[in-house]
Every structure is written in C-alpha cells, then in structure tokens.
Design a protein around this ligand. Structure first.
Ligand code: URP
Ligand code: ZN
Ligand code: ZN
Length: 478
C-alpha cells in the first residue's frame, strides 16, 4: 500500500505535458511512479480534468523581514502557509550577514526562526555585506553547508549592506573558486542617492519620486559594471530581480558573447507599472528596483519566452499599509521596500502568462519550478515531477476563478497588490513531501514541518540555462 495516489491528471513532466489520465504514485515522501499506477493507496486524490504541476519554488523571499521598526506580517509560519495555498512548496530566503560578523551567525539566526515555524521546505541564499578576509575565508564553509548562492548589494549604503566594486570583484572570485554562484542586486547608489537628495531638497516626498530617483539606467549601469567585474573574475553571475528592458539588453549581450549570466525577474515587474505609485495608496507599491513602464513589462515577458530570463520569483517583502504610510513625508529611502506576493505568483502568472497565451504550460513550469530549483541547487529533489524527486505537487482546476483582494488572500498583509484582478490557478491540493497540506483549498499543514534543504549546484544541469561553469568554458579571459 502506497501513501498517496494522484489519479488521472494532466501532468507536466520533464518530457512534456502528459495530456490526461496520468497517475502520480507517492510513497515515503517521494514520487515512486508515473503513468498508470494500480497500487492501492491510503489516500487517492482524483485529478481527472485537473492539471498536476510540480510545487512552485520561490527562489527569492524575505519572510518576517524588518525595515527600521516595521516587520512584515508574512513571518515564517504565516508566509509559508499562504505560500502553500498559492501552490509553493519550497521558498528560498536570504540569511543576511551583519557586517563584521561571521556569515554562519546569520545562517544560525535564520534557521532558528525558520525551523520551528516553516510549513514548507526551504533553502537559503547568503547576503554578504563585507569582504573582509574572515568573510572571504568563510565562503567555502557556507557553500559546503548547502548555501551556494550569494547576493551582493550595489546599493542600500545607509542600511550597511552595500559592497564597493573592489569588494564585489573579490567576492565574485572567491565564491566562484568555492563552487558557488555570486549574484547581485544591481542599482547605482551614487545616482540614486543624489536624486533622492535633490527631491528631498525640494520637498518632493511623494512615492512617484521613488521611481524617478531610480530610472532604468540606475539598474542598467550597475548590471553593466557587475557583469564586467564577474567577467574579470571569470565568475558566473545571477542577476536578482531584473526590472528593465535596458538591463535586459545588457544581459542578452553578455549571454550572446558567451558570458555565464542568468537573470531572475519578479511577478510585479511583469504585471504592475510605475503608475501604481500615483494611486492614493501608491506608497504601498514602493519596492526596489521600482516598478517600471509597460514597455519594460513587454520586454520581460518576451525574455521569459525566449529564455533570456531564466526564472520568476516574488521578492516577497510585504509590509502593512500603515507601516508604509507612517514613513510618508520623510526621506523616500526610509519607506519600507517591498511587495507582498509569495501566495500570488501562481494565480497571477498562470492567468496572465498561460491563459493569456504568453507562456506554454511547460515554460511556466520551467520558470516557476524547475529553473528556480536548479539555480538554488535544489534540483532534482525539488522542481520536477519525476520518480525519486520529493513529492511536491499541486493539483489545479483550471476552470475555477477567484477575484483577488485583501479579503481573499491568505497572507495576513492588510492590502493586496493585485486588488480586483480575476485569476485562475489556485491549487485545490498542495502536496509537500507526500503530505496533503492544502486539502480542497483549505490549508491543513503543520507548523514546523518544513525542513532546510541544502543546496548543491549541478553545473551540468545549469548549462541548460546558459550558465556553463566558466572554469570549463572558453569564455572571456580573466
Ligand atoms: O523592495 C524590495 N525588493 N525589498 C526586498 C529587498 C531586496 O532588495 O530584495
Ligand atoms: Zn534585492
Ligand atoms: Zn529581495
């Protein structure tokens, strides 16, 4: 007797969409068979006329994150529970080093918050905030621990997390030597800081000026610079939350020249524009990089289908409206940055991408499940429906529609970035390591059942994303 049989669905596998009538057999938390299964099961989920996809992997979240005195309501329990309702079975957060302290202290701090509360499995990136010899010497330990991806900031000077160019070069070199993947939050700090100061001097505090302080070239210049530094270091590069057509053009050019670079974008850069900042609740929409133009959105959708952008994540960092509004009228940099979205990527992108005719179901799965798992070193355990992989599955009735709003979302944030949008795609069932944790749209997972999953990069698999290990490629010389 096996634990679970998901019977008769239209299943998205690495070989393509199995049109209908495919069973997924689950035992001991793993997928044990695909196709026609006739084993008796303790539980059977009828998936006929339903889509069966791998659980989504969100490669970029900040759960329970804080900005000055505000904390996001999506903490490790509420955020992962809402994620599960939205079909996410793995999240990857950022353990952020305190400058001058060991990175493993940050890892311990993140794990001590996540382990008692996470409902779904999780991985970690390391946000690296200094390039001292102690930090550089610690990188191999962090990679060996199972955290192979490192984020560097070219901005957020006042938050004490920005790295200078020489430090970025050193970190790229050392992360690469240790078998990890350096990545960047790319925005030009001096230009943005000067713009903020210029607007502040004129009393221009409105959210509108947040986007004007960081126009597209602020992102593109930093991408250009860090691409160059990574090239000098012969290191691969992960561009987090790419938001502009201008930055994308640089990524395309580097890839065409053989540089090992991959880009992530986020749900909001595909679907929301800077016009949101002019609404009465515009302060809610402050995030970095800022929301952009419709032309930028169009370029990013194109990049999703032609492969120039490899994955979509949410950059979940949703503060309550009052916490955002409290900072209005003062420096724009002091407004908590980020949008709530960990629950909403599947319905919003299924509706606008798959139903909207922009993405095939297979490409949707690559962008939201398989590629995020690869980039974070979690594949093939995560991100795929295949025998031997963790039984992380979602079952979707594509005909069921929901109107999004603060009252329909499960995230405890008091506003909804997609208020009023009608969507399909919420899963009826979410199965995580073989356990049904969303049953007929109702969350039933246990607090703390989620586990840390160590990440190990598979460079041969990453080559399918254009990320050949530069140590082995005939790339640009160091
Ligand atoms: O506005 C954002 N994106 N906040 C989260 C922090 C980051 O830079 O990813
Ligand atoms: Zn960032
Ligand atoms: Zn982020």
């Amino acid at each position: 007797m096996i634990d679970l049989l998901v019977r008769g669905g239209c299943v998205v596998t690495p070989a393509g969409v199995v049109k209908a009538g495919c069973d997924v057999a689950v035992d001991g938390g793993r997928i044990v068979a695909l196709g026609r299964a006739d084993q008796p099961a303790r539980r059977t989920v009828d998936a006929s006329s339903m889509l069966v996809l791998p659980g989504l992997v969100d490669a970029h979240v900040h759960l329970g994150c804080s900005s000055w005195d505000a904390v996001t309501p999506n903490d490790w329990y509420h955020g992962t529970a809402a994620a599960a309702v939205g079909g996410v079975t793995t999240v990857v957060d950022f353990a952020t080093q305190t400058r001058g302290r060991l990175m493993m202290e940050a890892v311990d701090a993140w794990r001590s918050r996540a382990d008692p509360d996470a409902v779904i499995d999780y991985g970690l990136h390391l946000s690296i905030t200094d390039a001292s010899s102690a930090t550089l010497d610690e990188i191999s330990r962090v990679v060996d621990y199972g955290i192979p991806t490192f984020k560097m900031f070219t901005i957020y000077r006042s938050h004490g997390i920005m790295l200078e160019d020489d430090q970025i070069l050193e970190v790229c070199r050392r992360v690469h030597e240790c078998g990890g993947l350096p990545g960047v939050h790319a925005e030009n700090a001096p230009i943005a800081e000067r713009n903020y100061a210029r607007f502040a001097a004129k009393g221009l505090w409105q959210p509108h000026y947040h986007a004007l302080a960081k126009p597209d070239y602020v992102e593109a210049e930093a991408i250009n610079r860090v691409l160059f530094l990574a090239r000098v270091a012969s290191a691969p590069l992960y561009i987090y939350h790419l938001s502009t057509a201008l930055g994308l053009e640089l990524v395309r050019r580097a890839r065409a020249a053989g540089q090992a670079v991959l880009a992530e974008t986020c749900t909001h850069y595909l679907t929301l524009s800077a016009d949101c900042l002019d609404r009465p609740d515009g302060v809610n929409y402050i995030c970095s990089p800022p929301l952009r133009s419709v032309a930028d959105q169009r370029a990013l959708w194109q990049a999703l289908s032609d492969g120039a952008v490899a994955l979509v994540s949410t950059d979940e960092a949703g503060y309550n409206a009052a916490d955002k509004a409290r900072a209005l009228g003062g420096p724009l940099e002091a407004i908590p940055n980020g949008l709530p979205g960990v629950e909403l990527r599947l319905p919003v992108l299924y509706t606008q991408g798959v139903e909207g005719g922009r993405l095939s179901l297979e490409r949707f799965v690559e962008l939201n499940c398989t590629n995020p798992a690869r980039v974070c070193g979690l594949y093939p355990r995560k991100g795929v429906i295949a025998p031997g992989s963790d039984a992380d599955l979602i079952v979707i009735d594509p005909g069921r529609r929901v109107r999004l709003g603060a009252d329909t979302q499960h995230m405890p944030v008091d506003w909804c970035a997609y208020d009023g949008l009608e969507v399909a795609g919420y899963p009826q069932y979410t199965v995580a390591r073989g356990q049904v944790i969303v049953d007929d749209y109702v969350f039933c997972g246990a607090r703390g059942r989620g586990e840390f999953v160590p990440g190990r990069l598979d460079w041969s698999g990453l080559s399918s994303l254009g990320l050949t290990d530069p140590r082995k490629a005939d790339g640009p010389a160091a």
